[in-house]
Design a protein around this ligand. Structure first.
Ligand SMILES: CC(C)(COP(=O)(O)OP(=O)(O)OC[C@H]1O[C@@H](n2cnc3c(N)ncnc32)[C@H](O)[C@@H]1OP(=O)(O)O)[C@@H](O)C(=O)NCCC(=O)NCCS
Length: 176
């Protein structure tokens, strides 16, 4: 899928080859990647990630802060198992967290998903120990639909997982 969406502060676009350094700057940090199953990225991991998301098969998209023309994070946005259903996710550089950017990017993709792709449902998953993540889900109008106990094995630890979703019809103006 090809995406190019502008919001008040951000541009959400396809990755470009040269983006790997900015991506690596934050994905190399354990603190940022603590709840991402891949764990912290090496330079090679960051380059491979970009390679895998350059073309029409891209499932992850770069988020650029327009005021600084810098890559500040990335979004997951891709088909999920059910028809007309996508999964969304968010990872941002710590230096740019807490400023509402993840929420702004997520809202733009949700609107794009419902208005342009004509999706029925968008889901997100996160860990209970990661309040900034489930807060973003809440702020974009998602409802908590489930809490799965100890369903993900991370190293030797079992993680719980919370499941959030928003339907097109949940939106104020939602019409299918
Ligand atoms: C999750 C993440 C993308 C959020 O990015 P962000 O740009 O800081 O998000 P926003 O600023 O839009 O919103 C964050 C919200 O979490 C809230 N928050 C932050 N820390 C919190 C805490 N410890 N307890 C409760 N709420 C918290 C913020 O106050 C804000 O909510 P508010 O607007 O109601 O005040 C970012 O923290 C991140 O990249 N984390 C590492 C990667 C990750 O774990 N991704 C999710 C995997 S499921």
């Amino acid at each position: 899928m090809s995406i190019n969406i502008e919001t008040q502060s951000l541009l959400i676009r396809q990755f470009e080859k040269d983006d790997w350094k900015h991506l690596h700057a934050y994905t190399s940090k354990e603190s940022v990647m603590k709840f991402i199953p891949d764990g912290a990225y090496t330079r090679e991991d960051a380059q491979k990630f970009i390679e895998e998301n350059l073309g029409e098969e891209a499932e992850k998209f770069a988020v650029i802060l327009k005021a600084e023309n810098v890559l500040v994070g990335h979004m997951y946005f891709h088909k999920w198992f059910a028809p007309k259903t996508y999964e969304i996710g968010w990872v941002f550089n710590e230096a740019y967290q807490g400023k509402g950017y993840a929420t702004q990017a997520a809202q733009a993709l949700v609107d794009y998903g419902f208005d342009v792709l004509r999706l029925h449902r968008i889901i997100a998953t996160c860990q209970p120990q990661n309040p900034p993540s489930w807060r973003v889900a809440q702020k974009i109008g998602m409802t908590k639909e489930g809490h799965f106990r100890k369903c993900i094995l991370s190293g030797e630890d079992w993680w719980d997982e919370m499941f959030y979703a928003v339907l097109d019809e949940d939106r104020d103006d939602g019409e299918t």
